[in-house]
Every structure is written in C-alpha cells, then in structure tokens.
Design a protein around this ligand. Structure first.
Ligand code: F0G
Length: 469
C-alpha cells in the first residue's frame, strides 16, 4: 500500500491566485495600516484567515445549485436538506439559517439565557458574545491540558467533568444549559472524545439541563474519535456522528465548515414547543422556515455537502493535510500548539518572538512578517484580538496567550501550497531577531482587531496605546 495520502479529488475548475512582489506587499501592508484584515483578496497569495465559507464545492454540489428550488414556501430543496439532516443527526426539527451565529442567537434567545449561566467546554467568540448580549454568563470549563501548548493529550477539547459537576451542583437553577463545541475551536480545533461527550450529557441529564452541541466541525471531531479513541476504529464516521448527535437535545451548526458550503447554518431541536418559538423568531429575523435566510440553491448545495463530508477518504486527507503542515513547521523548530488540530495550525508567537512584549502584539508581528515574506495571510489570536486597552493609558491588558492561527480552507490548497507556507515560515523564523512589534494608532472600543490601525514600533520600550475612538 502506498503511504502517501493524496488529495482525493482532481481539479476541474481553477481560480488563479495573485502573485505579488516584495515591494508591492510592503506597500499593500502599509496602506492597510499594518492590519491584515484590511488587505484585499487580490493582494493575497494564500489566505489562511479562516476555514469558514472559504472551501471549494464539488461538481455534485454545483450541479445541485442548478437544481435548487427557489420557491418561497415549501421549497423542494428544503425537504431534501431536511431528509439529509434527519438521517444524519436524528433530530426532529430542522431550521435553516444563514450562518452559525444566527442559529446561536435564536436558540439562546428561546431557551431563556437572561440572568443564567451557560456551561461549556469553550464558547466560540460569537456564542460567547450572544450569551452576553442576551444578559447571560458564559463559563468555559475546558480541561487544563488545553492551555499547555506542549502537552500532547489526544482530546484537548474535552470539558473538565469534575468542574462541570461542581458547577451544576453549586449553580442549580441558574444554569441554562450545557454546551459542547466540537471540535473545540477556541483551544486550537482540538477534538472532544465520545466518552467525554457521553459523560457531559449524562451530567446534564442528571441535573435536568438541556445538552446542546455547537457542531460546526462535527465530522472532523468524529474522524479524530475514530482515529484516537479506544474501541472506535472499526466504526464508520457516520455511526460515530449519529451517536454524538443522539446525545443532544439540540444543536447549532455553522455549515460554512463541515457543511462544505460557502454560506449556511442549521438549528435543530427535539422539543416541539422550543421549535415553535424558534420558528417564530426565525421568521422575524431570517426568513420563512423552509429557506431561513438562504437561497434554495444554498440549501441544495448543503444537502450534498453534508453527505460528502462523511467520506472517509476526504476526512483522512483533510486531517492529514493540517498535520502535514504542522509536522513541517515542527521540523523547522517553530514553536507550535501540540498536537495538530482539525482545521488549523497554531503558532506560539510569545515563544517565536520572545523579545516582543504582549502589548506590542507579537502575533501581529508574525502575521505581518508572513504576509511580507510570501503573501500569506494568517490571523492573530492574542492581545490585539482579545486584550483590552488600558483605561489609564498604559500598556494593554493582555490576552492569556499570543497565538497565530493558520487556518486551512477545505479542498482548496494542495500539498505544494503547504510546502510553500512552510518554506516562507522557515525564512521568517530565521529572521526573527530583526522583527519589531507594533503600536495601535487608532482603535474602536469593541472588536478592535478587525479595524485597528497600527504602526511598527521603532524604539523597543515605546508604549503607544493609541487613541480610542
Ligand atoms: N461556532 C464555531 C465553533 C465556529 O468556529 C464559528 C465560526 C461559529 C460558531 C460561528 O459561525 O461564522 O457561521 O456565524 N468560526 C469562524 C472561524 C468564523 O474563523 O473560526 P458563523
């Protein structure tokens, strides 16, 4: 048997990627005020900002697009999707939405989050923001190994069951639900084991709380379970997926990940009353329940994507391509989060640039160096994203970790693209001593990472907190 894991597809349609010069990239970055979120796609050679809605659809999905039924109420495409989702997950009520965060908002609103606590392994950013917006309190209870970059635990996305039980006992009626994010994006796309999911679901049941899944990367999670969990090797991914969904009372899903589509979301529940309430809110905010903020053609493409994502050749290639990049960077001595996650490789920017303090954004220094060296766009997940400005005008309140996420879109880049990324990063690592940090010159009070303007710091001890507008 050949050992090489190949891309399990051949390419029928190609999209040219921009190739730029070093001089141009320096100009583009300066014009973007040193914030890669402000770059335009034609300035980027390889875009690793996110795996959300950035993947390639298959010939079968494009064929389904042409068959999409644009009927306002009662679209055939909806019923096709409903059948696929019911077979996949077993949940009774299927509501389409335009993307994950809208499913989250509707579910959290109808479940009565106000004044209550949501207990999770980790809330994704939009889930956390929605809980807070609805006047609830998000609490993250991931296992401690998740915060140790070097520790090679097979299921670093797991919830700490002891802490979960303790919180359920102490908080009693204040708890709205138990929520599990699979895979756990916040800690690096790390999987959650079936045993952990079962134990968390049993605890939720014992305390009479709904057990909810954020299932954005449910197929990648199931693949890790099949690979790593004792006794799961001989099962099909579909069986593992079904067992996972059988544990829950409801789930939200951003279909822009494992739905293999560019736009779409799902909200599914078993409870009839809750479903009725959710449908009413869906009509108010998204659209009629048989299209929910999507076109009929989007529903049709999603119905095909949710089948394709279970193909084991695909999942093997998908996880192997992320692990391939991780291994190549590890060989170069680049400090990484271990083990490789499902959808991204995370670099530890504090260890990469020990001379750049957190309040001068070492993660951003790395994303910008990567862009200049090779036209690659990654994303800072550190103090620029999660830190807060210091009210007194001193250095920022910093984030717990300074990371850079290199997120791999699905079925989009090939092995030579991965080799190129590793080569560029190797060069950036060689020149790490020469790289300086950044200072903010302009920022907004919320979600500043998306819009902030910055400049390179020349004097190492300088502190330019920037004006808050
Ligand atoms: N839940 C998880 C675990 C996610 O990763 C995301 C999105 C969402 C919910 C929200 O879904 O974007 O469709 O509204 N994650 C993207 C990312 C944005 O880059 O990781 P959405």
């Amino acid at each position: 048997m050949p050992k090489t894991i190949i891309e399990p597809f051949r390419i029928k349609t190609v999209e040219a990627i921009p190739q730029t010069t070093l001089k141009k990239r320096k100009e583009y970055l300066a014009a973007a005020k040193f914030n890669p979120f402000k770059l335009r796609s034609e300035q980027i050679t390889i875009d690793l900002l996110t795996d959300s809605g950035t993947g390639a659809m298959s010939a079968n999905q494009w064929a389904a697009v042409m068959q999409g039924d644009e009927t306002y109420a009662g679209s055939r495409s909806f019923f096709q999707l409903e059948e696929v989702v019911t077979k996949l997950t077993g949940l009774k009520h299927v509501l389409p939405t335009h993307q994950g965060r809208s499913s989250e908002h509707i579910l959290l609103a109808v479940m009565g989050t106000a004044g209550k606590v949501v207990l999770a392994n980790n809330h994704f950013d939009t889930t956390k923001a929605n809980v807070e917006y609805l006047k609830g309190t998000p609490v993250d209870l991931v296992i401690k190994e998740a915060h140790e970059p070097e520790t090679k635990h097979p299921f670093k996305g797991n919830i700490d069951l002891e802490k979960l039980e303790q919180h359920l006992q102490e908080l009693g009626d204040q708890v709205a639900m138990v929520l599990m994010t699979i895979t756990n994006n916040t800690v690096g796309g790390q999987p959650v084991s079936l045993a952990n999911l079962k134990a968390a679901a049993a605890l939720a049941k014992r305390f009479n709380k709904p057990f909810i899944l954020d299932a954005a990367r449910f197929a990648e999670n199931a693949w890790f379970i099949k690979q790593r969990e004792e006794g799961q090797q001989s099962r099909s991914v579909r069986e593992i997926v079904r067992e996972t969904f059988d544990l829950c009372d409801g789930f939200t899903m951003s279909c822009k990940k494992d739905g293999l589509v560019n736009i779409g979301g799902l909200l599914c529940v078993n409870d009839d009353t809750l479903a009725e309430q959710a449908r009413s809110l869906l009509i108010l905010t998204e659209g009629f329940p048989t299209y929910g903020g999507l076109a009929g053609r989007d529903l049709a493409a999603l119905a095909v994507g949710l089948e394709e994502v279970l193909e084991e050749d695909y999942l093997q290639y998908r996880i192997a391509s992320v692990a391939y990049l991780h291994k190549a960077l590890d060989k170069l001595g680049i400090p990484l989060m271990h083990p490789a996650g499902g959808h991204a490789v995370y670099i530890d920017a504090t260890a990469f640039y020990p001379h750049i303090p957190a309040h001068q954004y070492p993660g951003l220094a790395l994303t910008n160096a990567l862009y200049v060296a090779g036209g690659i766009r990654a994303v800072e997940i550190g103090t620029l994203m999660f830190g807060t400005p210091n009210e007194a005008g001193g250095p920022d309140n910093t984030a717990p970790m300074e990371l850079v996420r290199m997120t791999i879109p699905r079925r989009t880049y090939t092995q030579s693209h991965m080799d190129y990324i590793a080569e560029v990063l190797g060069d950036v690592y060689q020149q790490r001593d020469m790289t300086t940090g950044y200072a903010i010159t302009k920022q907004t009070s919320i979600l500043r990472a998306f819009t902030a303007e910055l400049q390179p710091v020349t004097g190492a001890t300088e502190n330019l907190a920037g004006s808050v507008v």
